[in-house]
Every structure is written in structure tokens, then in C-alpha cells.
Ligand binder design. Structure first.
Ligand SMILES: Nc1ncnc2c1ncn2[C@@H]1O[C@H](COP(=O)(O)OP(=O)(O)OP(=O)(O)O)[C@@H](O)[C@H]1O
Length: 266
């Protein structure tokens, strides 16, 4: 059992998640994990190993079947849907592979959307800093369709940062980007940890993306099977390959990527 501390941005304690239906699927089995403030963690593992489920349970987007999730010292299991929505709007940020920007809004309006939804006035100085950090100062009046993929993801990161969330959850943030653009986005995420002291939890399939993290956690069959402090991309790739060899062939099939429902972000 994990012991939570004030240093934990997020902790999950004995978390299990079973999806019902005719053939129930155990997506997470008794997972214990703590994510320290001011660090970046990459969550990796074969397709179907439970990465997105862990991210969604840790972020309050989904409820575990059993176990406890805390963001800071707030326990999520006793919260109503309304309270969870409020928590998601004010205390966590999300960055998804598909950017999930609102096409009809400008870059600036997209960045300000979480503040508007949570009814809080954005802090002007922080907004200016976020816009400068993501390098979008000259694009504020553009619409997402007028931007490159990397620029759109930078808007999504700015949007995730604007409410100064305690944790930023990223699901394959570089999955739709080319190598060079991915490196820029990862450097940006790294800088929000190093310079703004924020906490990033990122699901990724890419060992290079994972090598930007302070720690790499590997899941298999709904359990944490590796927890590596600062492994390089080569070691990560090696460990994943070893794991791949141990997996039955059926679970190595690439799955169609499932995107979270955009409206659940709010
Ligand atoms: N809504 C759902 N209903 C039923 N089963 C589900 C549901 N969502 C996920 N699963 C199952 O739970 C298991 C874990 O899924 P999850 O999406 O967390 O894996 P993942 O590691 O993120 O996979 P990928 O890398 O392919 O996105 C899988 O067997 C998956 O088929």
C-alpha cells in the first residue's frame, strides 16, 4: 500500500478497473503509484495494458472500480460528478493526441476557454508568460485550422497551463506529430516541469518521448511491471522489446487508438 505525502501531486492506491459486459475486462489490477510534484512521468506498455485507463482514473475522467485516487490531498472517490467536473476545470490540464481545439474559436479564445468555463478571470501576467513560453504571440487571432500540427499542440499545452493546474495529463501528446515537431513539444513540456514546477503524467508509445521524463513506468496486463528513474531511450526500447517477447501474440496486435471524448475534458 502506498503512503501519500504532501509531495505527491497524484497518488493512486490499490486502484482496479474492470469494464463490464458479457466478457468483463480487467484493465487495471490493484495499481499503486505516486507521482511527485514537479516531475514528469511517462506511462508506457503494450497496447491494451491499461495506460489510458490509468491516466483517466488518475485525472478524474473515469472512476476506478475500487481503490483510491488523490489529486494533492483531495480524494476523488467520494466526489460527485459536479465536483469532479469542477476539479478537472481548475486543478488539472489535459493534452491529447488529437489536440481537441475548438475550430470556431481563435487561438487566444481556445487558450482562455478553461478560465471561462471555470468562471475565473485569467491572470494577465501568467497568460502573457504562457503565450510567450509556447511561442504563439503572433498567432493569437488565427484559428486552429490555420496552424500546423505542432502549433496546434502548443495551443493545447497553453490551454492546459493557463489555469495553473497542479497536474497536466497527456495522452500520446506527440502521436500525431513528426519527429522534429514532437521534439519541440516535448521540450516545451519539459520546460513547464523544470521552470514552472508543474507535474506532467504522459502516456506514450515512443521511447524517445518517454526519455524526456524523470521516470518511466511500464504497465502490462493492468499492472506496473517496471518503474525506471531516467532511463535513456535505448534502455526503454530494450525493456519494451523484452516485455513484447513475453506477451502472448494476441496482446501485441496494434489497437486502433481510442480518443477520449472531448466533452469529458470539461
Ligand atoms: N470502455 C471500455 N469498455 C470495455 N473495455 C475497455 C474499455 N476501455 C478500455 N477497455 C479495455 O481495457 C484494457 C485497457 O485499455 P486501455 O485503453 O487502458 O489500454 P492502453 O494501454 O491505453 O492501450 P492503447 O495503447 O492501445 O491505447 C484493454 O483490454 C481495453 O480493450
Amino acid at each position: 500500500m502506498s503512503v501519500t505525502s504532501a509531495e505527491d501531486a497524484v497518488s493512486v492506491e490499490r486502484v482496479s478497473k474492470t469494464y463490464g459486459g458479457e466478457q468483463p475486462v480487467v484493465a487495471l489490477a490493484d495499481v499503486d503509484a505516486r507521482f511527485l510534484r514537479g516531475t514528469a512521468t511517462a506511462v508506457m506498455g503494450p497496447s491494451g495494458s491499461g495506460k489510458s485507463t490509468l491516466l483517466h482514473c488518475a485525472a478524474g475522467l473515469d472512476r476506478p472500480t475500487s481503490g483510491r485516487v488523490r489529486i494533492g490531498d483531495t480524494e476523488l472517490s467520494s466526489m460527485s460528478e459536479k465536483q469532479l467536473t469542477k476539479l478537472r476545470r481548475s486543478r488539472v490540464g489535459f493534452v491529447f493526441q488529437a489536440f481537441n481545439l475548438v475550430g470556431a474559436l481563435t487561438v487566444e479564445q481556445n487558450i482562455l476557454l478553461p478560465s471561462r468555463l471555470s468562471g475565473r478571470r485569467p491572470d494577465g501576467a501568467w497568460l502573457g508568460e504562457v503565450i510567450e513560453r509556447v511561442g504563439l504571440g503572433n498567432r493569437l487571432r488565427h484559428r486552429p485550422a490555420e496552424l500546423s500540427g505542432g502549433q496546434q499542440q502548443r495551443v493545447a499545452i497553453a490551454r492546459a497551463l493557463v489555469t495553473r493546474p497542479e497536474v497536466i495529463f497527456c495522452d500520446e501528446p506527440t502521436g500525431a506529430l513528426d519527429t522534429q515537431t514532437a521534439a519541440e513539444v516535448l521540450a516545451l513540456l519539459r520546460s513547464v516541469v523544470d521552470e514552472a514546477g508543474q507535474t506532467v503524467i504522459m502516456v506514450t508509445h515512443d521511447p524517445v518521448a518517454a526519455s524526456y521524463a524523470d521516470r518511466v513506468m511500464v504497465l502490462a496486463d493492468g499492472r506496473i511491471v517496471q518503474d525506471m528513474p531516467q532511463p535513456g531511450a535505448e534502455r526503454i526500447a530494450e525493456q519494451l522489446a523484452l516485455l513484447g517477447r513475453r506477451q502472448p501474440a494476441a496482446s501485441r496486435q496494434p489497437a486502433v487508438s481510442r480518443q477520449p471524448v472531448a466533452s469529458r475534458e470539461g
